[in-house]
Design a protein around this ligand. Structure first.
Ligand code: ADP
Length: 150
């Protein structure tokens, strides 16, 4: 047994997986939610990124920890709506359920972000999931552990 033996198997398992196989539930808040309530949501749901939707439940923005920190440092009112500080569509990188996991991982790496919202389809703005660095690290561990136990 050597490390070299399992690398191709890991690659095979990875290529067989799509975003829908590993995506997590997204945390969505409305665009009129206050910055203060967004911070509470971060803690309550224990996530690093919040996705923002409009009244039609379509993705309109992304809000990260640093976005919230910056807003606080700049002395913005915490009762201002998140719409004022979020990163907006169409400047949001997204993925879809049928995309290979490795492709989504490359997008996260290339754009230096923590997560990608998963939209239902190419002609939809409905968020059905989230792919984060955390879920990718967990997948790596899970796949290697299984191989060692095989
Ligand atoms: P943090 O800001 O906490 O380090 P990120 O690295 O994910 O978290 O976010 C960096 C910046 O990129 C933030 O301004 C955030 O709004 C934005 N961002 C996060 N995810 C995406 C995405 N999928 N597409 C475009 N911008 C994003």
């Amino acid at each position: 047994y050597s490390g070299l033996d399992f690398e191709p198997m890991l690659q095979d398992k990875l290529s067989a997986l799509s975003v829908q196989d590993i995506m997590q539930a997204p945390v969505l808040i409305k665009q009129d939610t206050s910055v203060q309530d967004a911070v509470t949501a971060l803690f309550m749901y224990d996530v690093g990124t919040l996705y923002i939707s409009n009244d039609q439940d379509e993705l309109v923005g992304v809000l990260s920890r640093k976005d919230l920190l910056r807003s606080t440092m700049m002395g913005n009112h915490s009762d201002a709506p998140v719409a004022v500080i979020m990163t907006r569509m169409p400047n949001i990188f997204v993925t879809y359920p049928d995309v290979p996991v490795l492709k989504a991982a490359k997008s996260i790496s290339r754009h230096q972000i923590d997560s990608l919202p998963v939209l239902a389809s190419r002609d939809s703005k409905t968020v059905v999931g989230k792919i984060s660095k955390t879920v990718l690290v967990n997948l790596l561990i899970e796949l290697t552990d299984k191989e060692q136990n095989a």
